[in-house]
Design a protein around this ligand. Structure first.
Ligand SMILES: NC(=O)CC[C@H](N)C(=O)O
Length: 432
């Protein structure tokens, strides 16, 4: 049977007719978006955008209401990882992949470093999730519960039956906007539109105290925790490093000589709140001689510390197939991303260069110092989920740290040079 015959038969099948009829009537009943039936037994839920649009569906998580920044991810898999990624703190996460939940939620097992294997932090970080078609029936050898049970247990609301194509169309057009996810027969009449981005979300996501991973590692990395994903810690430990995870406002600058390398993590919200971290990094630039590396929020903070500015993207880049071009060799890598802000690299500060650029929208994907071993990337080389194309960056960084140590490079320059450099330092601009 030819392909076109098979296609014709499928389109004429009773199931296809049913789908086409219900889609046609749904579209006819709403010029804005399609409505899908609420699953029997579930409560009605609503997603109301601050800009006025309302989407109605069925609740499959906790019966609570919440407000957050509505953002979408185009990733096809990895909902347990995305939902526990602290960068999503304060956000309502829309999945453009229509079928979500089909492989359930995995067991909480830990690796040799004490990190959860299948989650990027200890709990769900996003405020709620929005899906087109929740798969109540799940199947996976490692699953222990459904996505619905997990959300309900962790107090996170979830809505299914939303026309996510129409929703994303709106978000792409007007930009990410606040949304209210509420459970109940009618949409909420009064909503407190508190914008999570006015708060310092990094302070909420960061560790309160120093934690050491892989204590027998041969090089010592200070990992500044702005809301770190577990796979960043794991990736450094797997390269043989001893990792001290320190709070976002830890006085790293006053203990630089204890570290063979500095690493700045991803994190939620606007980087403009992290003035204390920016000050620490800026001080490190003036005296530190060993490698510094940043990921995502780390890229933004390193750029701000170098004197760059940051701006908010209309709807951000969140997904697992974002192309980034390495400007040092022209190669394009496919990357995992999750960010709403970007560095303005139209004017690079003296001594700094663009490192990677996004091949879709031209936004900044990284910066590097031309003389010193300081660099950062906007994408997530640790993936989880997403492609591992850029995992080599962890090896390169730890190798560089090891080589600097072996070559006897002093962690900090001597005092006379410090005084000279500090006198030359110029104040930075941080805006969002
Ligand atoms: N993943 C991240 O580190 C995100 C950084 C920042 N919160 C942003 O949205 O741009």
């Amino acid at each position: 049977m030819s392909l076109s015959t098979i296609t014709k038969k499928l389109l004429a099948s009773p199931a296809a007719l049913l789908v086409r009829r219900s889609f046609a009537s749904a579209v006819a009943s709403s010029p804005l978006h399609a409505h899908y039936p609420v699953a029997a037994g579930s409560q009605t839920a609503h997603l109301q955008l601050r800009t006025g649009e309302t989407f109605t569906g069925g609740s499959f998580g906790a019966s609570v209401s919440t407000v957050g920044e509505t953002v979408f991810t185009t990733s096809l898999v990895g909902y347990p990882e995305s939902m526990t990624d602290p960068s999503y703190l304060g956000q309502l996460l829309v999945f453009t992949q229509p079928l979500i939940g089909n492989y359930g939620v995995p067991k909480r097992t830990r690796d040799e470093f004490g990190l959860l294997n299948h989650f990027e932090s200890e709990k769900i970080q996003c405020r709620g999730i929005i899906v087109s078609d929740y798969a109540a029936k799940y199947s996976h050898w490692n699953a222990i519960e459904s996505l619905s049970e997990w959300c309900a247990r962790e107090g996170v609301p979830a809505i299914t039956g939303v026309d996510t194509r129409a929703l994303v169309h709106i978000l792409r057009g007007q930009g990410s906007t606040l949304g209210s996810l509420n459970v109940g027969a009618e949409p909420a009449q009064t909503i407190d539109w508190a914008d999570p981005n006015v708060d310092n979300l990094v302070a909420q996501a960061s560790t309160d105290s120093v934690r050491v991973f892989n204590p027998t590692g041969d090089v010592h990395i200070a990992l500044i925790d702005c809301g770190v994903k577990y796979n960043i810690i794991r990736s450094l430990c797997q390269q043989g490093a001893r990792v001290s995870l320190v709070p976002w406002n830890h006085p790293v600058a006053s203990e630089l000589s204890s570290y063979d390398g500095i690493f700045i993590s991803n994190g939620p919200g606007s980087p403009a709140h992290c003035t204390e971290t920016i000050d620490q990094i800026r001080h490190a630039y003036s005296v530190y001689q060993r490698p510094i590396f940043g990921i995502c929020m780390g890229n933004q903070l390193m750029g701000l510390a170098a004197g760059m500015d940051v701006y908010k993207l209309r709807f951000g880049n969140r997904g697992h197939n974002q192309p980034a071009v390495d400007l040092t060799n022209g190669k394009c890598v496919i990357t995992s991303q999750n960010h709403g802000y970007a560095l303005d690299d139209s004017h690079m500060p003296q001594g700094w260069d663009r490192y990677y650029v996004n091949a879709n929208d031209g936004s900044n994907e990284g910066i590097r110092h031309v003389d010193m071993p300081f660099r950062s990337v906007q994408f997530h080389p640790e993936a989880k989920g997403g492609p591992l194309d850029t995992a080599y960056l962890f090896k390169e960084f730890v190798d560089q740290v090891r080589e600097a140590k072996a070559a006897g490079v002093q962690a900090v320059v001597d005092d006379s040079v410090i005084t000279q450099k500090q006198q030359q330092a110029t104040p930075i601009q941080a805006s969002a």
